[in-house]
Design a protein around this ligand. Structure first.
Ligand SMILES: NC(=O)c1ccc[n+]([C@@H]2O[C@H](COP(=O)([O-])OP(=O)(O)OC[C@H]3O[C@@H](n4cnc5c(N)ncnc54)[C@H](O)[C@@H]3O)[C@@H](O)[C@H]2O)c1
Length: 252
């Protein structure tokens, strides 16, 4: 029987694939036989792609800074030139800025919203045009617990991730009937650069760990099963959902 999780030979783009969760998901998709383009802000993404690349299943890197909306479009064009087709898009690129809300600089607000939310919309629009034409595609957005909760001193991040959850549903409403599945994964507290400041704060670190039923931070490998599920035929009737991968945090 052909496995419903079989994605061998598919082609994918992962934004923010140079490190952390993106690199972990890239490795997992590659292990499942998916040709990849990883996107990242500097040379590190080329190194990450070279580490993952094999002769049978290529992995390419594309350098792009999503603070510049034109760069997003350019990066998508470069990725398509490398892949020739597209089946899976993982909108993973994301960044964090922390300031008390009353002092949050508007410039930082704009940067976070552009990188975390607007770039995902631009990438989805471009990918959507390719996928709608062939009537097949899987778009996976990386949301957050702050798609549901407000956080502290991270209003721009919370707004951007709330937006990601809503964008996931909005696109699913338009494209689910046309062969494209759009869903999101909301990771909990994962041990990556994104949470380095939190983990370095002894009090916050203890408070967070005490609330996670699994008793530990998540890892990039913890994302792999869910991303393969959402990229595969196993999730063909799953549309507009935000799947939490958080060691039980939201259940507390
Ligand atoms: N680590 C967590 O606990 C956690 C929790 C919930 C959601 N997330 C989300 O998961 C995703 C990956 O985060 P991570 O934890 O691996 O963080 P990370 O900081 O290790 O990786 C972020 C990735 O985004 C890319 N990126 C950052 N700024 C960019 C820009 N201006 N242009 C293009 N790419 C850019 C980086 O190149 C990097 O590959 C993000 O969307 C993040 O918000 C992380």
């Amino acid at each position: 029987m052909k496995s419903m999780f079989d994605i061998r030979g598919k082609k994918a783009i992962i934004s923010g694939g140079s490190r952390g969760l993106g690199k972990g998901m890239a490795q997992g998709l590659h292990d499942a036989g998916v040709e990849l383009v990883l996107m990242g802000t500097n040379e590190n993404v080329m190194k990450a792609a070279a580490q993952i690349h094999t002769e049978e299943v290529p992995a390419h890197g594309v350098i792009a800074d999503f603070r510049d909306k034109k760069d997003v479009e350019k990066a998508f064009g470069s990725a398509m030139a490398l892949l020739g087709d597209l089946d899976i898009l993982v909108n993973n690129a994301g960044m964090q800025m922390r300031h008390p809300a009353e002092e949050f600089p508007l410039e930082d607000w704009d940067t976070v919203l552009t990188v975390n939310l607007t770039s995902a919309f631009i990438m989805s629009q471009l990918a959507g045009k390719v996928m709608l034409q062939k009537g097949y595609g899987k778009i996976i957005n990386i949301a957050s617990l702050l798609s549901f909760q407000g956080g502290i001193t991270v209003p721009a991040y919370a707004a951007s991730k709330g937006g990601i959850a809503q964008l996931t549903k909005a696109l699913a409403n338009e494209w689910a009937g046309r062969g494209i599945n759009i869903n999101a994964i909301a990771p909990g507290y994962m041990a990556t650069d994104n949470t380095a400041a939190l983990r370095a704060d002894e009090v916050r670190n203890r408070q967070i760990l005490e609330r996670i039923p699994a008793g530990r931070y998540g890892t990039p490998e913890d994302m792999v099963g869910t991303v393969i599920y959402l990229a595969s035929p196993a999730s063909d009737y799953v549309n507009g959902s935000v799947l939490v991968v958080d060691g039980g945090w939201m259940g507390r």
